[in-house]
Design a protein around this ligand. Structure first.
Ligand SMILES: *Cc1c(COP(=O)(O)O)cnc(C)c1O
Length: 404
């Protein structure tokens, strides 16, 4: 929490607006609009996932339609495709931004059209806050006249050529879940380019009530509006967003310095100054052939032995059991990033003392340059188990330093 959250919550209580509507919802939407661009319309919703679901509905996605989706992303990006019984078509990443590869994207579109099922939408992602190739992807989408749903859940505060992420898609999605750059405890938003779409989004998100004096419904509706209490937290958080972005970027800089002279380890950086990342998470890749065999799992275990959490990248969706029957286009970029990559502690509230703890572990591991067997009492002693264990087990203990 950054500052005025409690004041705004108190306002909501004092005015008795403890409901999924109220002035704080309107004001939070206004804050977001002011932050993103005056040309957009923001609808605050109960989660980023709900926003993706509504976004696909607004784009007219129906059962059997194909929806293109970046493979290297969190499962929430693609789940709403399945809610609608549509078919996800997964695409590889390119190596510069780690996001949707425009070449594989076009190959996929051409092939799907040849097979007689032209994709109805493209879901793009700014992975870990790093903007995707905005212009290249837009060019392909326009060439084939397919709308873009921009998943900017991790990228509030990032920008491309000075324009904030969350406005590039035909529809865009933000998330304010507890782990994101700002939080409303749980929440999200759908960003559109017309007031009509916003009105339609609010209609669907509030149970599709027709205009009538009684409860009249001619369409299926959803309960997806953000609560006024959550929006109060959001208003307080918006005042601190730029500061949070600054602190996250400082964390990335901390890792850049830390690994500067470590051969075989690179910290993710944007390709050039057109790209500005909020560095929601700082991510490294390790090439074990240059580190005497130390790989990202060795680093994870070394950190774990000091009660410091780190995490693998999102496992590409085309590798997930859930999606094993759906098409995939591209090579092995996403797969190799998953094999080599690690997300390091990136929280905006990381203290100097905690940074020193991280630095110690990393310096020790790479100074010895000799792969040592590290004995650690870890919940996930071997990488293999990460995907078998129940991730919900409560392993948070005192002094535990978390990734996000
Ligand atoms: C967090 C996240 C979502 C989902 O947002 P929720 O608010 O948690 O539902 C979607 N896509 C990506 C890439 C995310 O990181």
């Amino acid at each position: 929490m950054g500052g005025n959250e409690q004041k705004f919550i108190k306002e909501a209580f004092d005015t008795n607006w403890v409901a999924p509507m109220g002035t704080n919802v309107d004001l939070f939407e206004m804050d977001l609009k002011t932050y993103l661009s005056n040309n957009v319309h923001v609808t605050a919703l109960s989660s980023g996932t709900a926003a993706i679901h509504l976004g696909l509905i607004l784009l007219g996605i129906k059962a059997g339609d194909e929806v293109i989706c970046q493979s290297l992303t969190f499962t929430a990006t693609a789940n709403p495709i399945l809610y609608l019984k549509a078919i996800p078509v997964f695409i590889d990443s390119e190596i510069e931004t780690w996001n949707l590869c425009p070449i594989a994207l076009e190959e996929a579109i051409i092939d799907r059209i040849k097979l007689g099922n032209k994709p109805k939408a493209i879901i793009t992602v700014h992975l870990y806050g790093n903007p995707y190739k905005i212009e290249e992807i837009r060019a392909v989408a326009d060439k084939y006249q397919i709308p873009i749903l921009e998943d900017a859940a991790e990228a509030l505060g990032s920008s491309y050529k000075g324009q904030k992420c969350g406005v590039f898609g035909d529809l865009c999605v933000l998330s304010f879940n507890g782990n994101k750059i700002i939080t409303t405890s749980g929440g999200g938003a759908l960003v559109s380019h017309s007031q009509n779409i916003k009105s339609r989004a609010i209609f669907l998100a509030t149970q599709s009530k027709d205009k009538a004096i009684h409860y009249e419904h001619s369409e299926v509706g959803y309960n997806y509006r953000l609560s006024n209490i959550s929006a109060s937290i959001g208003r307080g958080q918006m005042e601190k967003l730029d500061e949070f972005v600054n602190l996250r970027r400082k964390m990335q800089n901390f890792y850049k310095q830390l690994f500067e002279n470590v051969k075989g380890v690179s910290v993710f950086e944007v390709p050039n100054e057109d790209y500005f990342s909020n560095h929601w998470l700082s991510v490294i890749t390790i090439n074990p052939s240059e580190t005497n065999g130390i790989d990202c799992d060795d680093l994870r275990l070394a950190l774990e032995s000091e009660n410091i959490e780190s995490r693998f990248l999102w496992k590409p969706l085309h590798m997930q059991p859930l999606h094993k029957d759906f098409p995939y286009y591209g090579g092995n970029i996403a797969e190799s990033l998953f094999a080599k990559g690690l997300c390091l502690p990136s929280g905006s509230n990381t203290t100097e003392e905690e940074k020193a703890r991280i630095q110690n572990v990393i310096k020790c591991l790479f100074k010895n340059k000799i792969k040592k067997k590290i004995k650690v009492k870890s919940l996930f002693p071997k990488r293999q188990r990460l995907f078998e264990d129940n991730m919900l087990v409560n392993f948070f203990t005192k002094n535990r330093l978390e990734t996000s």
